[in-house]
Design a protein around this ligand. Structure first.
Ligand code: AMP
Ligand code: GLY
Length: 426
């Protein structure tokens, strides 16, 4: 039995908590800081997932054997290196990459150069700073539109602008690099070619040499129906993705997954744990839009329910470098998740709205995202509030069930998209 500490507080972590707590290998299970949903599966600790000192103390106090970082921040900040460089903590398994490996997500410029070195298909690009601002403007002016402007570092999902014309592009570029819109994170900017296609998320779990693929997923990022309006953390997800057939996935594996894992190894960049490939299919071929060093949210809320293997056992195999011994079993059933959010999200929204109806939900899994407990009641505590996941014979059936239950859970200001999976359900 292994004592486990899961870091994070969103729907992804709730889905992971649900899964991990079912493992016969799971000993005492903690989540830092967790939410009202994770508290059903383990013990929430009031610790920020970026507070390494406090995490280290908790690891000693609770004799933690495995740490699973949910979000990117602790990974990019170097939780792996912190644990491995602290003698009293070194024995702990960290299911995530080193700080150097997390740069795949932490720096767009790093990941673009990495892909270039290993011939991994991605949009063509150039990199600029304050000093090369004029060259950047000239590059925009001679490029085809639309064009994509990206802050190099982490910008809470807001660092990407798809500009329709050169005026918009220069405005976004200037705001990032000259006006330091995202501080240090936009001191460097990547300007890249716009790829026109359909996106999907592919997840590998690796020990640095071997890897397994988890079920693929597609998320719906825009706030409005028909993929309109502002970008959000994700309004829903489906798995499997109908266009990710064997032929396409073979291309993904050969052109992207394998060169990424072997490339990291060749460059002596220590990487274990999840790699999230944000891909786009253009004329039948896959291109990398971005790498993430973690699982996706809300993709995890459909991927993890479709994973039939014991995740703790997989983590132990990762640690031994024996993931080649694991055969991943994907459920034959489809899964569909609908995210309930707070009115106003992704802009300003209120918190603390009492939530009702949980007991009347039948046939779905409820993965809390932004919730808390207050005076014995569950209240909203974030923009994305609750992921409702259901299984079905196909995506349409899964989503019908999620929508049935989305109408049952209530709180003031509830909003959700009614068209998740619209391209694929009847
Ligand atoms: P990222 O943070 O890199 O995932 O970008 C956020 C979103 O912007 C992606 O999920 C895509 O929808 C879009 N995007 C980013 N880069 C490109 C690109 N080169 N071509 C088309 N869309 C893109
Ligand atoms: N759903 C996209 C992400 O987790 O980055």
């Amino acid at each position: 039995m292994k004592n486990i500490l899961l870091l994070g507080s969103g729907g992804r972590e709730c889905a992971l908590a649900w899964k991990l707590s079912q493992s016969p290998l799971c000993g005492t299970f903690f989540i830092a800081p967790g939410n009202a949903g994770t508290a059903e599966y383990g013990i929430n600790l009031p610790i920020s997932y970026n507070d390494f000192e406090a995490i280290g103390k908790a690891c000693l106090e609770y004799k933690i054997d495995i740490i699973i970082p949910g979000p990117e921040d602790p990974l990019v900040l170097g939780i792996y290196d912190f644990i491995k460089n602290t003698p009293a903590l070194r024995h702990i398994i960290v299911a995530g990459p080193s700080k150097a490996g997390a740069q795949l997500e932490g720096s767009k410029a790093f990941s673009k150069k990495f892909m270039e070195r290993h011939n991994i298909p991605t949009a063509s690009y150039h990199e600029y700073t304050k000093d090369s601002f004029e060259q950047g403007v000239a590059y925009i002016k001679r490029s085809d539109m639309p064009i994509v402007i990206k802050a190099d570092g982490l910008a809470a999902g807001k660092g990407v602008v798809i500009a329709q014309n050169a005026i918009e592009a220069v405005k976004a570029f200037r705001a990032m690099v000259m006006d330091e819109q995202f501080g240090e994170a936009s001191s460097k900017v990547v300007i890249e070619q716009f790829l026109d296609g359909i996106e999907l998320s592919v997840f590998a779990f690796t020990d640095g040499t071997n890897y397994v693929l988890l079920p693929e997923a597609k998320d719906y990022k825009r706030i409005g129906e028909g993929d309109k309006g502002l970008n959000t953390g994700g309004m829903g997800a489906i798995s499997p993705v109908p266009f990710a057939d064997n032929e396409f996935m073979l291309k993904v594996t050969e052109r992207i997954v394998v060169p990424t894992i072997t490339g990291l190894k060749k460059e002596d960049i220590f990487y274990q744990g999840f790699i999230f490939f944000g891909l786009i299919k253009v004329n039948g071929d896959p291109y990398v839009i971005e790498y993430n060093c973690r699982l996706g949210d809300p993709e995890t809320e459909v991927v993890i329910p479709r994973l039939e293997n014991d995740l703790v056992e997989m983590i132990l195999k990762m640690e031994e470098g024996k993931l080649d011994e694991v055969v991943v079993q994907h459920s034959a059933k489809a899964a569909g998740a609908v995210m309930l959010v707070s009115e106003g999200y992704p802009g300003h929204y209120e918190k603390g709205m009492e939530m009702t109806g949980f007991d009347s939900v039948k046939g779905s899994l409820l993965f809390h995202a932004g919730t808390a407990t207050k005076d014995g009641a569950v209240v909203t505590n974030g923009g994305r509030v609750l992921a409702i996941t259901s299984y079905g014979e196909d995506i349409g059936q899964a989503l019908d069930k999620s929508y049935e239950n989305a109408s049952i859970v209530n709180y003031k200001g509830k909003y959700y998209r009614k068209d998740i999976g619209w391209e694929f359900s009847k």
